[in-house]
Design a protein around this ligand. Structure first.
Ligand code: HEC
Length: 131
């Protein structure tokens, strides 16, 4: 009888001790996480303006970044053109006036309420998606 108590007592003491040990060991375990910065250094303020304008307008009902819906994927548009003042103006005009022919026979709707400046910002953002 006495012996079982001693064994029980020892077992309890051991368990308690173990518990403490494992606690302290988790405390001291430092997880070293290397934080890789996800922010792209190529993103400029202007890109964000263009992106916001695209989100505010109806563009995303016909366009996706990486997939053709009604209109071409923005990444495909970016890959087709090389950004220059001329190209940006031409594409900005096209967004304002609408039209078809470069990607197929389905026309893009006109956006006559857009200013040329806003349209340019959107085009700059789209062309920045080049892969
Ligand atoms: C009604 C659907 C629709 C909407 C809304 C729309 N687009 Fe388009 N978009 C198209 C189609 C269709 C084309 C392909 C036109 C073509 O073949 O020339 C296109 C083409 C484009 C092109 C490439 C033009 C070229 O000549 O290569 C750009 C840039 C573009 N869209 C930007 C925008 C922006 C910015 C908006 C929002 C202001 C917008 N689109 C809204 C359907 C749409």
């Amino acid at each position: 009888m006495k012996r079982t108590f001693i064994i029980l007592g020892l077992a309890l003491a051991f368990a308690a001790c173990n518990g403490n040990k494992s606690n302290s060991s988790t405390d001291t375990t430092t997880t070293t996480t290397t934080t890789t910065s996800a922010s792209s250094s190529t993103t400029t303020v202007k890109d964000t303006v263009g992106k916001a304008l695209i989100a505010k307008n109806d563009c995303l009902t016909c366009h996706k970044l990486d997939q053709k819906i009604v209109g071409p994927a923005y990444q495909d548009v970016a890959n087709k053109y090389t950004a220059s003042a001329d190209v940006i103006d031409t594409l900005a005009n096209k967004v304002i006036k609408g039209g078809s022919g470069n990607w197929g026979s389905v026309p893009m709707s006109a956006h006559p309420d857009l200013s040329m400046d806003d349209a340019r910002e959107m085009i700059k953002y789209i062309l920045s998606l080049k892969k």
